[in-house]
Ligand binder design. Structure first.
Ligand SMILES: Cc1cc2nc3c(=O)[nH]c(=O)nc-3n(C[C@H](O)[C@H](O)[C@H](O)COP(=O)(O)O)c2cc1C
Length: 433
């Protein structure tokens, strides 16, 4: 009988103390007892090795191992969390101040209950919607989310390919890590572009002209961050990240001939790159309706505003010739308003008075959430974090699976409520809970 091997015992003690064993649900006492025993021919150490190899990475217990296993969009979150660097996770999950508007967005849906109607033929469901002449088979929009290569190496390309596979509308962010031309090629159809204005109007105008050349049909000007936001979760998580951030951020290595990376170096933001150095036309102050007019007049593309949450601003948007609105609080990342977007939606719809489409985003995680917003009168709904969980967890496959789940859930609730088309979904299909 061979004697217990001290290095084997040491290794098992190390394993017993490691978070990997805990995450895989391997009992540390069992591992310690194993170390004290002499090895047998069929060493349980092999079993440990197999179980750890199968785990591939340190996924928490119960986490899904493939996109196909997911039952709902929440299943992707722990997998993405395990796979996305902690600072980037902080960027994804942060709200503003104490993040309570993120929760408010979710709670807003609980204020509404369904009023399902029976005995309607729902054997065929058509959830198609037309945006400015282009038909999409679903009202679920992939909202603009910046820096998607922070979540998966394929970044926006994976999202665009998933949007192509499932035929969803994708809105590319100004601060995306993929150029609009590459996104449109991967999507195989036009994408919309979300605009953050630049301090220099000459640059903003060049960005707009590039979008026109690329065939972008609509610009979504985001107006809910013009005063900045206080993102504590993001900062806290960034402090826990021990990697050298400047290796990637601020363009990585300094440009040739420079000793330092400049704050204005936008190499990782290809939609803000490669423009002519024209004489600058600096903005005076932060944008107002005067800027909106200028933007509107400078382009033939449709112009939407994202971040409108009041009747008054919806009325002003219509008066200023705006083509559509996103009711949005930036996923709880703008001001910590504590007001759900689905709660703001009715007054924005009143302000718009049916003259322009109104899209709603913020906290949509279930088909029933989408149904409630559609019943209140939204034209379509946008998702942010859920598809990024899919992206961070499994790349394009994950994004596709998230879209598939949301669509399946919406289809079920449409059938259950006796509403075979979006037009059939009315205010009478929901009631205050
Ligand atoms: C990580 C992250 C980055 C975002 N980047 C942008 C952006 O660049 N432009 C923009 O208009 N909105 C941006 N948003 C807001 C989303 O478009 C959307 O309003 C929000 O995510 C919807 O809420 P949800 O995440 O609860 O679905 C971002 C949101 C997140 C979570």
């Amino acid at each position: 009988m061979p004697h217990p091997d001290p290095s084997r015992r040491q290794f098992l003690a190390f394993l017993a103390a490691s978070p990997l064993a805990a995450a895989e649900g391997i009992d540390p006492d069992w591992l310690a007892a194993l170390g004290a025993r002499a090895p047998r021919r069929e060493d349980p150490l092999l079993e440990v090795a197999h179980r750890l190899a199968a785990a591939q990475d340190t996924l928490p217990p119960g986490a899904i191992r493939s996109a196909a296993e997911a039952l709902n969009v929440f299943d992707f979150e722990p997998v993405a969390k395990a796979r996305v660097p902690v600072a980037h996770w902080g960027y994804l999950m942060t709200g503003s101040d104490d993040d309570r508007t993120i929760a408010a967005n979710r709670a807003g849906f609980d204020r509404w209950a369904l009023r399902p109607r029976r005995l309607v033929d729902v054997s065929t469901i058509d959830m198609g919607v037309t945006h400015y002449g282009t038909r999409y088979p679903t009202p679920i929009i992939l909202n603009p989310v910046g820096s998607q290569k922070a979540f998966h190496p394929d970044g926006e390309l994976a999202t665009a390919r998933a949007a192509r596979a499932r035929n969803h509308l994708f809105v590319l962010s100004t601060v995306g890590t993929t150029a609009i031309e590459d996104v449109i090629a991967a999507r195989g159809a036009p994408a919309w572009f979300q605009l953050y204005h630049q301090d220099d109007w000459a640059l903003t105008r060049q960005v707009m002209q590039r979008m026109e050349r690329a065939g972008v049909p609509a610009i979504v000007f985001t107006v809910d961050l013009l005063g900045g936001s206080n993102r504590e979760t993001q900062q806290r998580e960034a402090r826990r990240d021990t990697r050298t951030c400047t290796k990637c951020h601020l363009g990585g290595e300094p440009k040739p001939g420079m000793t330092q990376v400049s704050q204005r170096d936008n190499r990782r933001k290809p939609n803000l790159n490669g423009y002519q150095a024209l004489p600058p036309i600096m903005e005076k102050g932060t944008p107002t309706w005067e800027f909106v007019d200028r933007l509107r007049q400078s382009t033939t593309m449709k112009v939407l505003l994202k971040g409108i949450v009041t009747r008054e601003d919806a009325e002003l948007a219509v008066a200023h010739g705006i083509d559509g609105l996103f009711v949005s609080n930036h996923g709880g990342r703008a001001e910590n308003s504590l007001r759900a977007t689905v709660t703001s939606l009715p007054e924005v719809l009143e302000g718009a008075a049916g003259r322009i489409p109104v899209i709603c985003d913020g906290g949509f995680r279930r088909g029933t959430d989408a149904f409630k917003a559609l019943a209140l009168g939204a034209t379509a709904i946008g998702v942010g974090r859920p598809y990024i969980w899919g992206l961070g967890a499994f790349g394009q496959e994950g994004v596709e699976a998230v879209l598939g789940l949301l669509r399946k859930e919406l289809e079920i609730v449409m059938k259950q409520c006796g509403t075979p088309t979006l037009a059939a979904i009315t205010r009478r299909h929901i009631t205050e809970a």
